[in-house]
Design a protein around this ligand. Structure first.
Ligand code: ADP
Length: 340
């Protein structure tokens, strides 16, 4: 095939494509391949550009034995490595053709999915194992011990409730992924939602000796929002402030106005004066199952999904979320929701 035809064909392919001749030099690199590997690769020995052993053996097999194959090739990047699936096809006397498909995102998604399944299984297995252990004890050693039975039942209820919460949180997460691109259209009053979230959490706050106060804006605060989701955001943030920051005695929900890029917004700060969070944890708090202290979170009935849910719900409302905290200086969890 004339060189010009091969070149024209190669430039019609949107993926990076390289042709290596029988003399082991790169004879054609299409514009995408030049963007990836840099200008001047044509005419060079392929080893100078493609050094990784798996790809080298695929190229050698295609050149010498006419075999076609696939290989993984990684290009180190400044922020992250880029992984490619390279298809190596023999062109007979013309050499071999290589096409590069970027599989970085697909590989990361696969990894995240595997991590997620492993985390969910672990989170469910722990309370389940505890429950099975208690059932066995109640059937055996503690069969006629009324005091132990009552104590075990309290713990069993705690574990069962935690499993229940975990399932609800997982359902919330899977639902919000479906709805993330649908904007909420109901008109709700944020002031009413704040009052009802605080009322829901009053028993928990009283049990911890914490008072929850609202400050700032008063009167009705109309928003286009999903009432259930914003209530869940408020409950998660206030509950965390009571659970982890409650040692400070007071939790404040401060309402004010703050402009967003899309227009005016209402800002909610949930402020506690408790233990605070060290800087290195802050960027990861909204990841699924991320906890500063896993043992304490589980002890308090936490699922590690609360802030991940908050982030998704706030995103769906085109809002913003920020976390400011310092160890022993308390925390401020801020959510800004668009008014329009
Ligand atoms: P959990 O179910 O564990 O509470 P979240 O996603 O709601 O999960 O929170 C993640 C982690 O962030 C918690 O385990 C806790 O370590 C930390 N955290 C959240 N809110 C606060 C707070 N107000 N003060 C201190 N730590 C907090």
């Amino acid at each position: 095939m004339p060189d010009t035809v091969m070149r024209a064909l190669a430039s019609a392919v949107p993926l990076p494509l390289i042709v290596i001749g029988q003399d082991e030099r790169i004879t054609v690199a299409n514009p995408s391949a030049i963007a990836l590997f840099g200008a001047g690769i044509e005419g060079r020995h392929h080893l100078l550009t493609l050094r990784q052993p798996a790809l080298q053996s695929a190229i050698a097999a295609a050149l010498t034995e006419g075999l076609s194959a696939e290989a993984r090739h990684v290009i180190p990047g400044p922020l992250q490595d880029i992984a490619f699936r390279v298809t190596v096809v023999s062109l007979g006397t013309l050499g071999v053709a290589l096409t590069f498909v970027d599989v970085t995102e697909a590989e990361q998604m696969g990894l995240m999915r595997r991590d997620f399944v492993a985390n969910v299984s672990h989170e469910l297995r722990t309370p389940l194992t505890a429950l099975l252990g208690f059932i066995e004890t109640l059937r055996g050693a503690a069969r006629d011990d009324a005091v132990a039975r009552d104590r075990f039942l309290v713990t069993m209820e705690h574990e069962a409730r935690r499993m229940n919460r975990l399932i609800s949180d997982l359902l919330y997460l899977s639902r919000v992924e479906f709805e993330e691109h649908i904007r909420p259209t109901d008109c709700v009053d944020l002031a009413v939602l704040v009052t009802s979230a605080i009322a829901t959490l009053r028993p928990l706050a009283e049990a911890q000796g914490v008072t929850v106060e609202t400050t700032g804006l008063t009167g009705s605060l109309p928003l286009f929002a999903d009432a259930d989701q914003i209530t869940q955001v408020l409950i998660n943030l206030i509950e965390n402030a009571v659970k982890y920051g409650g040692s400070g005695g007071t939790v404040i929900v401060h309402l004010s106005r703050e402009a967003l890029p899309c227009g005016p917004g209402i800002r909610i700060d949930v402020i506690d004066h408790g233990e605070g969070i060290e800087a290195q944890h802050l960027p990861r708090l909204t990841e699924r199952f991320y906890r500063v202290d896993g043992h304490r979170s589980r002890e308090k009935g936490g699922t590690g999904l609360g802030l991940a849910i908050v982030k998704h719900f706030v995103n769906r409302h085109r809002g913003r979320m920020r976390i400011e905290s310092e160890k022993w200086q308390g925390s401020v969890f801020t959510v800004v929701l668009p008014e329009g």
